[in-house]
Design a protein around this ligand. Structure first.
Ligand code: ZN
Length: 280
């Protein structure tokens, strides 16, 4: 099982690997740059190499990079659109240093133009920017549907996936808080939700899971993450998601409001609960 959390890249790549090990994680996610801005520090190839060695020695799961969430690839406003283009281009270049990495992306906000138009803009941009020789797997994240976010319905994710020029290099990151906030009943009808996802998108397209509780009720479209068991979904429902056989093997990333020690506790809690469940 690959389990870990979101970590800060502020002190470099190798340090993230050390942080992950210190909290019992064997996978982690990081922002490619300061999430509130577009500035990214120059990458140190030696630092990345040290992390890749550490990851190999410790059987880590895939590197999971996360695009800045302020990036709006669905916008046609010239300034926003060219910034998105610039950041994506730079990120794909950075990601060439971590082969086979995942790149988690919020598909964007249509800002009143309608989700069809928003999806078309996002996919046009990704198709134009994605380097032909890249090995990065783009993950479109399931969204809560806050404001004009696209990607709240499984149908929208399926549509976007169908538009990408390299289908084998695009998948979905399944965020439990977002799917719940979008209106799918993960708490009482996990089987039904997974069946629907399978019919509409295909469960094989899920490449990673963001494990978060939600501060708000189902269909609230809010996107406020809560610690495991401290939200409206509850620990049992979240454990059922990650222990579902049809989702087995996917890296599980916590994005709960925690510092390192809080993440260590949640990782331990999950490991304990899962081993009790299987009687090991
Ligand atoms: Zn997420």
């Amino acid at each position: 099982m690959f389990i870990g959390c979101h970590l800060s890249i502020a002190r470099g790549y190798y340090r993230m690997g050390q942080d992950a090990l210190s909290i019992g994680a064997n996978v982690f996610q990081f922002f490619t740059r300061n999430p509130r801005g577009s500035q990214a520090k120059a990458i140190q190839p030696k630092d990345v190499e040290a992390l890749l060695n550490l990851a190999k020695e410790n059987d880590f799961g895939p590197m999971v990079a996360h695009a800045p969430y302020t990036l709006n690839p669905a916008s046609v406003e010239p300034k926003i659109s060219s910034l998105a283009r610039e950041i994506l281009r730079d990120d794909f270049q950075r990601l060439s240093l971590t082969p086979e990495a995942f790149y988690n992306l919020h598909p964007g906000c249509h800002l009143g133009r309608g989700s069809e138009a928003g999806m078309a803009s996002t996919m046009e941009l990704l198709n134009a920017i994605y380097p032909e020789d890249a090995s990065t797997m783009i993950l479109l994240e399931t969204m809560a549907g806050k404001g004009t976010e696209i990607g709240r319905r499984f149908e929208e994710l399926a549509h976007m996936l169908s538009q990408f020029k390299f289908p084998e290099r695009m998948g979905v990151c399944f965020d439990t808080c977002h799917v719940h906030d979008a209106g799918y009943d993960l708490v009482n009808d996990l089987e039904g939700v997974l069946h629907e996802f399978d019919q509409v998108v295909g469960l094989n397209r899920i490449k990673a899971i963001h494990l978060n509780d939600s501060l708000n009720p189902k269909a609230s479209h809010k996107d406020r993450h809560a610690k495991l068991g401290e939200g409206r979904m509850g620990l049992d429902a979240l454990i059922r998601v990650i222990s579902h056989p049809k989702l087995a093997g996917r890296p599980i990333i916590l994005e709960t409001p925690n510092d390192l020690s809080g993440y260590a506790k949640e990782i331990q809690l999950i490991k304990q609960t899962l081993s009790l469940d299987t009687g090991k």
